[in-house]
Design a protein around this ligand. Structure first.
Ligand code: MRU
Length: 343
């Protein structure tokens, strides 16, 4: 199935942001036309657009939508709209730092050039760069994939999570294009099923053999020697290399370590947050219990039962074999090695 782009800006500063509605995949291919920052914040919260780099790019365009609606009459009003629209976008989802990173970048440009066209140009630059970062991550990680490997991934860190080929999946796509043959286990990724709905779709479309597994099956399959390599994306990486990613990642990393399976994380420089010394400082989004208590809209627990729904967890750097970045492979991981790679 050929999908429309994950996100695309149409037109000039009066244009609209088109988002492939990921809540409806793979059953339905629908594109949302976003005209307001409120509409974008809603789309980000509902995960119509999702994945750390993709929400960063979307938020950059959101700055154009929000500031233009404020119709600032003078530079002071322009600066105030740039600040308030940025804060509203950053608050949409707290864990992926790419959102704040992209907003701050547009804000810096706005301070230098207070004009809507400058905001749009910065958003387009962030969008274009993300494609190239994905390509570099793919190139840095592809040599890790050996012929015949059985790879396990979690959530979706692919084309639907970025403006390019993805992060973790960019590595798989690059190795596949280079002629290496391997198979993939995709964790279904409860409760919103990004693995079953999105990762499996992307890999299958590329001809890469993929099998969806219940999240709960991963540790047992690793223990039985059925996994040679685990690779995931990241939503935020602290200065010491601790990684926040989709809930369930920590458990995978523990199982991988217990059974001597390498565990890699792929992410661009924009996912690192050097202002945080360690993972415990990363804010973890807690989503509605309804997502856990329903599956695809159908209630699965007795009425009145409660639920917890942390959307992410933190994997300590000590469990991560290496970080695959657009600046190359960081292995072994240390604060100094991360600083040097990102300098
Ligand atoms: O809640 P989501 O679907 O936005 O979570 C996405 C993930 O956890 C991804 O692994 C991460 O953002 C990396 S995407 C390249």
């Amino acid at each position: 199935m050929a999908l429309p782009p994950t996100l695309a800006w149409h037109g000039d500063v009066q244009g609209t942001l088109h988002l492939l509605d990921q809540t409806r995949l793979p059953r339905e291919v629908a594109v949302l036309e976003i005209r307001s920052v409120a509409g974008l914040i809603d789309a980000i919260r509902r995960l119509a657009v999702r994945g750390a780099p993709a929400i960063g790019v979307a938020a950059a365009y959101g700055m154009v939508l929000g500031v233009r609606a404020a119709r600032p009459a003078d530079p002071r009003e322009f600066a105030s709209a740039v600040a308030s629209v940025g804060e509203a976008l950053i608050a949409a989802r707290p864990t992926a730092v790419n959102l704040a990173w992209a907003v701050r970048r547009v804000q810096v440009r706005a301070a230098r050039e207070p004009a809507l066209t400058a905001l749009l140009h910065e958003a387009i630059a962030i969008h274009d760069e993300d494609r190239e970062l994905c390509r570099r991550i793919g190139a840095a990680g592809a040599p890790l994939l050996r012929e015949g490997m059985r790879v396990l991934t979690h959530c979706n860190a692919g084309r639907l999570a970025t403006a390019g080929d993805g992060t973790a999946l960019a590595v798989l796509f690059a190795a596949w294009r280079a002629g290496r043959r391997f198979t993939v286990l995709a964790d279904e990724t409860r409760p919103l099923l990004q693995g079953a709905r999105l990762t499996a779709l992307e890999l299958h479309a590329e001809g890469i053999p993929v099998a969806v597994i219940p999240d709960a099956a991963a540790a047992g399959l690793i223990a039985r020697g059925e996994v040679d390599l685990v690779i995931t994306g990241a939503d935020r990486i602290a200065a010491n290399g601790d990684v926040a990613n989709k809930v369930g990642t920590y458990g995978l990393a523990l199982a991988a370590r217990a059974h001597g399976v390498p565990f890699y994380v792929a992410a661009p420089a924009s996912t690192f947050d050097l202002s945080l010394s360690g993972g415990p400082q990363i804010p973890i989004e807690e989503r509605s219990p309804d997502e856990v208590l329903h599956c695809q809209g159908v209630p699965i627990a007795a009425p009145g039962v409660g639920a917890r729904n942390p959307a992410f967890d933190v994997t300590p750097a000590s469990l991560v074999t290496g970080l695959i970045t657009d600046r190359g492979l960081i292995r072994p991981i240390s604060e100094a090695a991360i600083k040097e790679a990102l300098a």
